[in-house]
Design a protein around this ligand. Structure first.
Ligand code: WTA
Length: 628
């Protein structure tokens, strides 16, 4: 990374906040609210926390022992109680909590009371299997309601969930089960993808064969023709839940008790188990959902993420349910069975908030404006984007096809931050391509390598003070947690490069480290490299991210073959398949070049940025450490 961060071309258009929306928004004046919030962040967060239910109060809001934070000390709470019991005790009892639409068009609707019953049954079932507070459960499910039920059930009894995206392959799943020593894995026989049936159970079988901690595998059977499950280790979800009581008291947990571990890619081969806790995470996801999307009682909230990623955790499950909202969630791809799929759902269910990704928008752009034009999208009120920078062209398209008046909340955050950090609110003037300003209570900034604030210009995205929904550690690897707070002195370093303009608007420009964002999913270059090197023909590999029209970035690999191996199209294909087997489809390189050598530092570290600059025809910057 060179010292001077290049600034990309940006849109100069300013779109004023719609006055009628501003007039009825939860927050109507950002400047005033923001100033007040950061003048005394503890007071601000405490005020928000009081909107939720605590079994017993805190005696201190924050204990900050740099860089270790504890929030709401001494308080007891349970996020599942706040998502369910709090609503079931009111008129929301029969309000719709979840509308789920399957790949084949099936519909399942859960009121708050029904979701509560299912979660309680599942929680009792997990207890019956011997799980107790602090145990870990891996959830490897397709996007079906059982995924939500299982997460809330774990939370209810203080069991820590680790949701693994169902596109991951057996070795990737195995690493993730192994690391957190799960006692139970919850899975399904199959998932569906563009009408293809994807077997999941065999993936679990392969992974679990090498995970001695796993005592039970719970299987949701979606197909009648699936292979029968093997008792006693395997149990059918329906059989297990059938006779369970619909009452299971939520465990009164310490605010700092762990809620979940979510594995995410970092700069080394091993994924990082980001750990979040009940209290602070609940406060952060609750208030960001409410303010950013200006959530009102009658809204229908449609977030297209998969709960296998953090966006699904925070903005399908926890944030919206904490607010008592109605959520719509749909299995399947945006262009299957046709590119009208999501627009159709928006019309059919009267969606008011539509939270999606730049990759999906760019995919839909390819099919043209006729598709959205076929549907009545007038129910939409607020749009959202997350996961990667949204280019102004995609922003303008999304804005135009949805009526030209709905504000787009370009929300910047990370698995580690738990909740949205930099984002517009509906009362903020927008600039297409900018995530605008920090959320209330969040001191985000752009600094140089030494941590000096940059008034305007390019630098590193940092957060200067602790916030409630921040990760508490990297599971079993506190030294990796410390890196976030030690890279630039005194602040949390996100690993993103960012430009701050004259108005203080933040423009996120991508990662500064070796993480590639493929269709919004974080892939560590090191993980792909080690998968490549595990192939018998490969001696060394280097992986970079390369701009891609739809996916934002794609993976390109440079590979050195072992002596005696010869380059051929078949071998390239085999290497791509090999990575797919090892990690899953999303991590497979789209391009592989066979090379004789790789640029390295004198100490032997591969200089990926040199490869990248060469590939993109750019100036490699400072190459004084290059060995050659
Ligand atoms: C990127 C996803 C630009 C960024 C919630 C960050 C974004 C990484 C945006 C975290 C955005 C996320 N604009 N870049 N609005 N949102 N990113 O952990 O590089 O999967 O560091 O969390 O996504 O990815 P993660």
């Amino acid at each position: 990374m060179s010292e001077n961060i290049e600034t990309l071309q940006r849109s100069t258009r300013v779109i004023p906040a719609p006055p009628e929306m501003k007039a009825q928004a939860h927050i109507q004046d950002y400047e005033t609210a923001y100033k007040a919030s950061i003048a005394d962040p503890e007071k601000f967060w405490e005020g928000i926390a009081k909107e939720l239910h605590w079994f017993s109060p805190w005696h201190k809001v924050l204990e900050w022992n740099y860089p270790w934070a504890k929030w709401f000390l001494g308080a007891t709470c349970n996020i599942s109680y706040n998502c369910l019991d709090r609503h079931v005790q009111t008129w929301r009892r029969n309000k719709v909590a979840v509308i789920w639409v399957g790949e084949k068009g099936e519909e399942r609707i859960f009121t708050y009371a029904e979701l509560y019953r299912q979660v309680n049954k599942c929680a009792n079932a997990l207890k019956e299997l011997g799980l107790t507070k602090g145990d870990r459960v891996t959830i490897y499910l397709p996007k079906i309601p059982e995924q939500i039920v299982a997460m809330l059930a774990c939370a209810r009894i203080g069991v820590i969930h680790s949701v693994v995206y169902s596109g991951f392959s057996a070795p990737a799943l195995q690493t993730r089960i192994h690391d957190c020593e799960s006692k139970v894995v919850i899975t399904a026989d199959v998932g569906y993808d563009r009408s293809k049936t994807i077997p999941l159970k065999p993936v679990v079988d392969e992974a679990v064969a090498n995970c001695p901690t796993v005592e039970k595998v719970i299987v949701v059977q979606r197909e009648t023709t699936s292979t029968p499950i093997q008792a006693p280790k395997e149990i059918n979800w329906d059989d297990l839940l059938k006779d369970q009581s619909t009452k299971c008291e939520a465990e009164q947990l310490d605010a700092e008790d762990p809620l979940y571990i979510l594995y995410t890619s970092g700069t080394t081969g091993k994924p990082k188990g980001v750990l979040h806790v009940h209290g602070g995470y609940m406060v952060g996801t609750y208030i960001t959902t409410k303010y950013v999307f200006d959530l009102k009682e009658e809204d229908v909230f449609f977030c297209v993420a998969d709960p296998g990623w953090v966006t699904g955790h925070s903005y399908i499950v926890y944030g919206p349910l904490l607010n008592g909202a109605t959520i719509l969630t749909a299995e399947g791809k945006p262009d299957y069975p046709n590119p009208g799929r999501w627009w159709d759902l928006i019309e059919h269910y009267g969606v008011s908030t539509f939270y999606t990704t730049p990759t999906a928008i760019r995919l839909l752009m390819k099919y043209g404006e006729d598709w959205p034009a076929k549907y009545d999208l007038s129910s939409l009120k607020i749009l959202g984007s997350v996961g990667e920078p949204i280019n102004p062209e995609a922003w303008e398209w999304f804005h135009r096809v949805t009526g030209g008046t709905k504000p787009i909340m370009d929300t910047w955050w990370q698995t580690e931050t738990g909740a949205i950090m930099v984002t517009p609110l509906p009362c903020v003037d927008l600039k297409p391509g900018s995530a605008t300003r920090p959320f209330l209570g969040i001191e985000a900034d752009v600094t140089d390598r030494e941590g000096n604030s940059i008034p305007h210009g390019g630098g590193f995205a940092v957060i200067k003070k602790p916030w409630p929904s921040m990760m508490r550690t990297i599971y079993k690897e506190p030294e990796r947690y410390l890196l976030y707070w030690n890279t630039i002195p005194g602040v949390y370093t996100a690993g993103d490069v960012c430009h701050k303009d004259e108005d203080g608007y933040m423009w996120f420009m991508g990662r500064a480290d070796d993480v590639v964002k493929v269709a919004g999913n974080r892939i560590g270059t090191a993980e792909v490299e080690s998968a490549l090197v595990s192939h018998k023909a490969v001696v060394e590999a280097a992986v970079i991210g390369k701009p891609h029209k739809t996916a934002g970035e794609m993976i390109k690999a440079f590979v050195i073959l072992k002596q005696g191996q010869t380059e051929s199209p078949d071998l390239i294909k085999e290497l791509k398949n090999h990575v797919q087997q090892e990690l899953g489809k999303i991590a497979a390189p789209r391009e592989i070049d066979i090379v004789q050598s790789l640029p390295k530092t004198r100490s032997g570290k591969i200089m990926r940025r040199v490869l990248k600059a060469k590939e993109l025809g750019q100036d490699p910057g400072d190459i004084s450490t290059l060995d050659e």
